[in-house]
Design a protein around this ligand. Sequence first.
Ligand code: EPU
Length: 421
Amino acid sequence: MPKFIINGGKTLSGKIAVSGAKNSALKIIPAALLSTEILTVKNLPRIEDVERSFEVLSDLGAKINRQGDEATIDTSNLSSTELNAKMANKFRGSIMFVGPMLARFKEVKFPHPGGCVIGAGGRPIDLFLEGYRAFGAEIEEVSGKFYHIKANKLQGADYFFPLVSVTATESMIMTATIIPGTTTLKNCAMEPEITALAEYLNSQGAKISGAGTPTIIIEGQEKISADTFTVIPDRIETGSFVIMAAAANADLEITDCDPEHIMTLLQILKKVGVDFSYGPDWIKVNSGKLPLLAHGIRTHEYPGFATDLQSPYVVLMTQAQGTALIHETIYDRRLIWTDMLSQMGANITMCDPHRIVTQGPTKLHGKRLMSPDLRAGIALVIAALIAEGQTEIDNIYQIDRGYEKLEERLRGIGADIERVE
Ligand code: EPU
């Protein structure tokens, strides 16, 4: 299995460009199923989760033509309504195919999506199932591992999400777009990826209003067209790079990003004492006076502090003066990785599965580690970049899932990082 070998303590500086957002790409690829016309996707990140999505879609019979960061997707001649269990099992994003498949074929068979260690009980999909039932679908479930969903007729519905879910919101928007009747969704997630998806679908004939707010109304259309979608910049990568620059006390310009999407993080970084400025599509972090000041966070749905930025932020707090309470409210298992940071020398107290307290500043030392998930993975990379000595990070498939050619881009700003096969 490939791993990263990182020699820490190098001065980082220069410019680093942000890729297209994983969590936008993983929705637009299944959205190709909502039309029989050809969809062109631009600014696609070259990451493992996108590869896995294309695998699932090709297996269904779609024709995909890829060149660099662009792809065309033709779903006019699909041959199957069953997601390949082995392929879909590998990643959580496979659940995004279900809503569009159901809307288009009134039938879909799929395995429980796997591939992720965060969240309790293997990350449930109960909200999705409840939503499809509200549209009139019947669900046959085989011991929580495999699902067969069918409907004679689907009809728009009113649905109130009992908890805020990004992908469940997106899934119901996609289904409602091409089924008869009006759908009103309440307590929706408000992430920028949802707004981008809705704006694109509207440009192709869908009637979706309220995306980006808690209430979304969709008037179902008989059909919609397809054209070009440009994947929005990855706000989690943006935030991770800003935090990396702050933790390394680097002069770094982060380009091709949208600072508006990480305003909560930027506000908190001001309190921490990070010196930065930003424009419409760039953020410049300046090295400054140390130490930084510890500041607690509580993760929250957008526009709150993103759970996906919690792990890099914890690394920053190991370098800040004082104590910070980190409260993870979205996932049950997303703080366990901090044990590895403690092994590197961080002073972290676990209060309960959802809360830790960091005490800094502490020097970090190189270690042999394993990346448990994508976001903990980038946090370990940041920790390794600022640590004394050499760190070996195993299981970097988890990092490749969401960060394109990370080692090449980090070498471009002065990092000493190698991929060893
Ligand atoms: N949940 C349920 N039932 C469901 C769906 C979700 O109980 O049917 C729970 C989850 O277990 C979690 C909470 O609801 O405790 C919120 O999860 P949400 O459904 O919002 O997460 P998601 O839609 O599965 C997306 C991103 C995640 C990101 C979260 C929160 C994608 C493909 N994934 O997941 O991204 O952490 O929203 O912002 O969009 C990542 O990129 O590393 C990542 C995990």
